[in-house]
Structures are given as structure tokens and as C-alpha cells.
Design a protein around this ligand. Sequence first.
Ligand code: TRP
Length: 337
Amino acid sequence: MENNAPEKRKRILSCIQPSGIPTLGNYLGALKNWKTLSEDFDSAFAVADLHAITVRQEPAKFRKQITEVLALLLAIGLDPEKSIVFIQSHVPAHSQLAWILNCYTQFGEMSRMTQFKDKSKAHADNVNVGLFSYPVLMAADILLYQADLVPVGIDQKQHLEIARDIANRFNTIYSPTFTVPEPYIGKQGAKVMSLQDPTKKMSKSDPNPKSYVSVFDTPDVIVKKIKSAVTDCEGKVCYGEGRDGVNNLMSIYSCCTGLDYDRIAADFEGKGYGEFKAAVAEAVVEELRPVRERFDRYMGDKAYLLDVAAKGAQRASSIADRTLNKVMKKVGFVLPK
Ligand code: TRP
């Protein structure tokens, strides 16, 4: 007999730190996929402001960045009626569960995290305990929502492994409580490299602004940056081993236009890099134009943004509080009346 019961939709959750305007790399590698995923899954997306204070933030700038990232989540096309869009600190259960999970995570496990090692070198004057237990807060984010899948960049895979370990450990000590999440690593090719050193990932913390395109660069800035991108002296638009600069531009062009590498190579057969770069720049400008326009509209309506955040936090809390309650019962806390 056929089983007509509707299958429960899988749930995804991801978060983005409000640490400055994202780059084209963040957009093509993550944010653009979030929009697509939000159509196929039950989804929740948060601005991870609690994570961001593991490095020192200037209050006024921080407040602005949180608002901007919230506006950006809407600008990429997430529908706050369909997806839960919220600000992490508005849902106290994140901090509460993080504390509890700290007590189920070993010092040794955290000491092995490569991001902690890197960041404690980069911020040697402020190696705070929050930076150390950052992956536990991230585990709390994920486990509160019983997420099945977590779209993350490859650099977050180790943190996701820890979230799985913590979930399994808690489930084993007590009884099944948390869904054990799987990473969802977007298709490769969406890894955008620096325009000046295409062996390195594009990063907004790069001291050379010509190495990255910010999501909100103006069209003429985008054109300038893409035109000065490093290529090689072969003068041939085709994908190949060791041709990092050209490969990167082809990957960007492919992500923006949907054309595959063979088609791009065919279209630019016999044409030089100048012409190709102009086409890449135009594709990027057109890709980001609607995002920028929507962003400006949302930033001009703070009341609407706060409304979205309030509704999002309410919906997020109703899921998160259920999980937190379960956890507190299992641990043996006396629940408040
Ligand atoms: N640590 C992630 C990053 O810097 C952001 C993040 C926080 C996150 N909590 C999360 C990502 C939960 C996925 C799920 O990219």
C-alpha cells in the first residue's frame, strides 16, 4: 500500500555574524544558496550577534552592522513569513543552552579547534573564554532548532562535527533529545578566491580592498576591481589546472549567469581577458543590483526591520524553548512554575 502521509520537511538552520558587509564570496558561496534552500526546507536564519562579541566591537558600529545584516537577509530574498529570520540575542534560550552544553564539552575538544587557534593568534590581546567556547554556542544554535541540515562553509565543518559530538553525547547520557545535524556544504565552484591572490579565499578582512568585491560596492567600483583582477599571460578563457585567476573569474561568471565552463570557454573563444573581464563585471553588477536595491529599501524602514526581528524571535523562541525545557528536565533542574 502506498503511504500518503506527508513526509515531515527537513529543517535547516544557519547564522551569519554581523561583522561588516559580506563579500561577493560570502554571497555566492552561502547567502545565495540560503534563498534556494529556504524554498525546499523549513528554515531558520539568524544574525549571530552573540558570536560577534568574541572579538571586541565598537557599540555604535556593532548596532549598525546587526541591522544591516538583518536587512541583507531580507534583501537576498528570504521571506520572513516562510523562513524564521531573527537576531540571536533576542532568543535567550541560545545563551541558556550554551551554558548547559559547556558542561558537556571537554576542554581538550575545544583546544583542538583550528579557528580558535587562528583567532587567538590574530587577537592575542583578547583571548577570552567566549572565543574558546564559541563552538558550544554554535552547537546550541543548531541543536535548539533540531536542525537536520546546516549550510556552512568548509571552514565551519569542524564546529559542526563538535555540535554532532555534543548532541550524541547528551543523547547517550540521557535519552534521544537532539537531532544530530549534518553539514550541508554548498557546491564547490562557489568558493570565491581573492582577486589579487587567487590562491587565497576572498576575504573582507584582506588589507587590500582590491582583492574583494563587497556586496554593496557601487557598479563602477566593481568594474574597476574585476578589471584589475590577476590573471595570467596565456590570454585564453578556459578552465585549467594552475590557472587560478582565470578559474576564479570563470567560477564567478558561472555562478552569476548559470552558464557552465564549456559554454563560457566557447563564448569567449578567440577573445581576450579584457572582454571577458568586462562581461564578468557586468554579470556581477547585475547579480548584486537587486540585492542592493532591496537592501536600501529595508534600511530606509527600520520599523519594519524591528517588526520582522520581533516576529522572528517569537517564532524562534517557541521552538527553542521547547528544546531547552526538554534539556532542563533531563538534566534534573527544577522547572519554574
Ligand atoms: N560560526 C559561523 C560563521 O562564522 C556562524 C554561525 C554561528 C553559525 N552559529 C551558527 C553557522 C549556527 C551555522 C549554524 O560562519
